[in-house]
Design a protein around this ligand. Structure first.
Ligand code: CAA
Length: 261
């Protein structure tokens, strides 16, 4: 399938998953969902992609799932489709590499849920986030009722989910919904700069950290610590662990050149 609305651009170790459906404010149609899944799989598989930026361009991140398309769908249509809708966002959440969402303009509904699937979110000072599904008489279906409360806590999440209100960048920062607010023209470059830090990092250590954090958050502390124990032991099987510790002893901290093995 040739992707029409979502592509992966790769430069200097950083992959940008770029949503590009400008005429519809990057609305996440079924086609966009399937293209997102493919782009996330490519970002996962390619060894020249060491970290990922998710970006919708300078004007809008994504105004949500495609309401015009959804309005014709029945209960059974959605039963048949909803797993793949979630798979699209989950496929981004499960990229085993650092992922940053660079949010210019609106990130609403499924757009906000896509941003929530990243590890961190950088927002433009003109960014507007929210989960307005309730105003359509529906609920978030791409992880919003689950990832939002895990990120900002249940009461702040319920306020946003119940009211569907829009949140501007500074409030999103105060809520913990985004991590940095930047001038609109700088958001993408700053996200790429953050991702670039990992272009020469030890990829299997990053992967293990992400897995420990994400899986551990779903579990009780002792089960999470058990995952960490296994991952910590396993990382000693990588060549990078040899290289990193040897380099520290010989040359001091932060000077290792990792092979990614
Ligand atoms: N789906 C389909 N089309 C959309 C869209 C969406 N989510 N958001 C915007 N558009 C379309 C508009 O219909 C309009 O199309 P036309 O030019 O053909 O009329 C075009 O994009 C521009 O939109 P507006 O004229 O409304 O532009 P605006 O600047 O006045 O407002 C906006 C922008 C605040 C984003 C407003 O369009 C809006 O509120 N959009 C819908 C947001 C929303 O409800 N998102 C949640 C979707 S449901 C969901 O995502 C479910 C889920 O959890 C999986």
């Amino acid at each position: 399938m040739t992707a029409e609305f979502v592509r992966l651009d790769v430069a200097d170790g950083v992959g940008t998953i770029r949503l590009d459906r400008a005429k519809a404010m990057n609305a996440i149609s079924i086609q966009v969902q399937d293209e997102l899944t493919l782009a996330a799989a490519e970002a996962t598989d390619r060894s020249d992609v060491r970290a990922v930026v998710v970006w919708g361009g300078e004007k809008v991140f994504a105004a949500g799932n495609d309401v015009k398309e959804m309005s014709d769908m029945s209960y059974t249509d959605m039963v048949d489709r909803v797993q793949r809708l979630q798979d699209a966002v989950n496929s981004v959440a499960r990229i085993p590499k650092p992922v940053v969402a660079a949010v210019n303009g609106y990130a609403l509904g499924g757009g906000c849920e896509l941003a929530l699937a990243a590890d961190v979110r950088f927002a433009a000072d003109n960014a507007v986030l929210g989960q307005p599904e309730v105003l359509l008489g529906i609920i978030p279906g791409a992880g919003g009722t689950q990832r939002l409360p895990r990120l900002v806590g249940p009461s702040k999440a319920k306020d946003l989910l119940y009211t569907g209100r829009f949140v501007k960048a500074e409030e999103a920062l105060a809520l913990g919904l985004v991590d940095r607010v930047l001038p609109a023209a700088d958001v993408y470059a700053e996200a790429v700069a953050w991702a670039s830090r990992f272009a020469t990092a030890a990829p299997y250590a990053l992967r293990a950290i992400k897995e420990c954090v994400d899986r551990g958050l779903e579990l009780d502390l002792e089960s999470g610590l058990q995952i960490e124990r296994h991952s910590f032991s396993a990382i000693f099987a990588t060549e990078d662990s040899r290289t990193g510790m040897r380099s520290f002893i010989e040359n001091g901290p932060g000077k290792a050149t990792f092979e990614g093995r």
